[in-house]
Design a protein around this ligand. Structure first.
Ligand SMILES: [Zn+2]
Ligand SMILES: [Zn+2]
Length: 276
């Protein structure tokens, strides 16, 4: 049962944290700031609830969607591999074998030691979603980070606005001040962390790279420079094509975590050479 994936301490911790942030944002800070019965209160609760729901939906999708694994019948097509022309074909075949799974590895697939199998277009194994982030759930992971960043920023803004307009002379006891400052500082730190992660994945999507490929490219680039050659990531097409390869061709569905009808089998990836 895939739902058993939710039975992990990091996932329960994330869900509890989400619930706690939603509770304090709505029932303490929005209520204190404009009142839950006012129209401004209704509007802020509505916006925050939509953000939190999208975040929870992306999170559940990322946990439940299988990232994709290598079919047993897979045999690499060296001619259509998108690898460097200089690389000998024998080496290409050898480097595509997984010793642990005893199968061929498709391009961009990697073996995950935690999942104990080869994962298609593997980005990383994420402890917080108790799943590998790969071909089929990368979009859900990206939307999760996006909605979590926006939701966290929204909550931070409300806490700070609420604190600034509060008349501390009359209503502020010492412990209440400490509670406000602690919440504001914690939420600001969370927003900064999530924002950095979001920026990193936007950068990777724009360059059509996975986290693993980024670190591999650093070494390959260094080796290429040493031998007087230049290196270009083989799957980096135009910025727009790189974005649509992850988020899909329909811009209206870019931010919907499960709109992945554009994905094929995860075994072959277009390269700039295919267009020339
Ligand atoms: Zn493997
Ligand atoms: Zn994994």
């Amino acid at each position: 049962m895939k739902c058993q994936r939710f039975l992990s301490i990091p996932i329960i911790a994330v869900l509890l944290l989400m619930g706690f942030i939603c509770y304090i944002t709505v029932f303490i800070f929005i209520d204190d700031w404009v009142g839950l019965q006012s129209s401004a209160g209704y509007l802020n609760v509505l916006i925050f609830t939509v953000l939190a729901s999208l975040c929870l939906f992306s999170f559940s999708s990322c946990v439940l969607i299988d990232p994709g694994h290598t079919p047993a019948s897979y045999i690499p097509d060296v001619e259509d591999s998108g690898v460097s022309d200089q690389e000998p074909k024998k080496n290409v075949i050898q480097s595509r074998c997984c010793d642990k799974c005893s199968t061929y590895k498709p391009p961009r697939a990697h073996h995950c030691r935690v999942c104990r199998r080869c994962v298609l277009r593997m980005d990383h194994h994420c402890l917080w979603v108790n799943n590998c982030v790969g071909y089929w759930n990368y979009k859900a992971f990206f939307t999760l980070v996006l909605y979590a960043t926006i939701g966290s920023l929204y909550s931070t803004t409300i806490i700070i606005t609420c604190a600034l307009q509060k008349d501390w002379e009359f209503s502020g006891s010492g412990s209440l001040k400490v509670f406000y400052v602690t919440c504001a500082a914690t939420m600001a730190a969370l927003t900064l962390t999530l924002g950095t992660l979001l920026g990193w994945h936007v950068y990777l999507i724009i360059r059509n790279m996975t986290t693993i490929e980024y670190y591999e490219a650093i070494r390959t680039e260094w080796l290429a420079r040493k031998s007087g050659q230049s290196y270009r990531h083989p799957y980096n097409q135009s910025v727009y094509k790189n974005i649509t390869s992850v988020l899909g061709p329909n811009m209206l569905k870019w931010l919907w975590p499960v709109a992945v009808s554009h994905l094929k089998d995860g075994l072959v990836f277009p390269t700039p050479r295919d267009n020339s």
